[in-house]
Design a protein around this ligand. Sequence first.
Ligand SMILES: Cc1cc2nc3c(=O)[nH]c(=O)nc-3n(C[C@H](O)[C@H](O)[C@H](O)COP(=O)(O)OP(=O)(O)OC[C@H]3O[C@@H](n4cnc5c(N)ncnc54)[C@H](O)[C@@H]3O)c2cc1C
Length: 426
Amino acid sequence: MQNDTNTPNHSRRRFLQHSLIGTAGLGLGIASTSQVRAEPLPNAGDPEIDETYDVVVFGGGTAGIIAALQAGRAGASVLIVERGAQLGGTMTTGGVSFPGLFDAWGQQVIAGIGWDLVKECVEIDGGNFPDFSRVPQRHWHNQIYLNPYLYAILAEEKCAEAGVKIAYHEFPLSAAASPDGGWAVTCVGFGTMRRIHCKQIIDCTGGAEVVGMLGFERMREEETQPGSMYYSLNSPMDAGRDNVSRLYVHGADSSNSRSVAHANITGRKAVLDLVRRHKARLMHLQQETGFRESYRIVGETIITVNDYRNGRKFDDAICNAFYPVDLHTRRGVRPEPLPRGTVSTVPFRALIPKNSRDLMVAGRSVSSDRLANSGLRVQAPCMAMGQAAGAAATLAVQKGTTPLEVPLNEIHALLREHNAIIPGDA
Ligand SMILES: Cc1cc2nc3c(=O)[nH]c(=O)nc-3n(C[C@H](O)[C@H](O)[C@H](O)COP(=O)(O)OP(=O)(O)OC[C@H]3O[C@@H](n4cnc5c(N)ncnc54)[C@H](O)[C@@H]3O)c2cc1C
């Protein structure tokens, strides 16, 4: 039998033990791994749980985080259901960590909870802000480089402070109107079935997935705009400072798990081809493709590209929006800037699926035609829509009514209390 004291591993272990004891004996510092203990979860082993909330936000991405924070800060009990492993959606998991546009024509036109979070993230990260008082030559010059890792963690911290709970790795399996009012939703994740009763739903899944599940009308194009896979060859990603490379994934469609997986595998295979062709080192690869479009709701109002281009001031406007019309096709993109001085607005009724109650969307699934959506879908307006939906949902809970029946001036007042800019304010 072999004496294992002579095996290389054993000798190495003894050497390390002696070295550590030696340095400790001499009073020298030993580099150690930082440690943290996860507190035991109550009922962690239960495969099924039942919970009640005022507001449930589906999708913890660009719009969903802000919707949940607004509702939580205004006093609602809130749950975010997020299929992924972190907050931020397209901004973090999708790699599009350069939000725009908070300003137009020399002044800030979108602020509020989203802006506060972006600002804190950039400040902690020692990053830079564009000068909003200057009109840039190209619209993207005023986008903000954000550290996506930091943003995702900060968002979690803000949720904890606002009492917002997060259910990661879960998604809705079924949803229906509850006989006693509100909604009954069953969510699943591995090892978990969560039955939820809530008064208000805000669907921030990007593709209005819960709205579709509840049977309300949605629209989509036959062929979606290409998605983009972010990667870097031969140099690491400088988070919060610079862009990495991207490749178009044509046909990328975020409608369901099969289409998402198909786009991701297609994108990753193309990156592998690049690595081989250029004999390069792969030093950054995003976990998921960034998806530009899937379903949009048919809302109480549909924003048309003429409304958007002409900067229509809707009577029920809840936020500004500013970005070129920006449709990506097989041939690329040719952004069409808005006419000088034009700032568009988002009407509250475009967040409400037609003929629904106690249900809203926020983010890129806003009720709009394709070209209007190509400008409205950028991150600052998505955040502002999220904040508006969070405010309206909370006021509806407090008044025992549906968001459309909450007086608009009360929604505006709550939004202003939380630093938002209402069209007309700027
Ligand atoms: C390649 C690309 C480049 C872009 N460039 C810019 C740019 O330069 N500047 C800019 O401001 N914007 C840009 N955009 C647009 C912008 O990033 C997105 O439109 C915006 O982030 C969408 O926000 P959202 O909240 O609607 O969706 P997301 O941020 O995608 O959030 C949706 C969330 O819902 C979750 N989810 C989905 N389905 C379910 C489910 N069934 N259950 C639970 N959770 C679910 C997802 O995991 C995700 O976290 C770009 C987009 C892409 C794809």
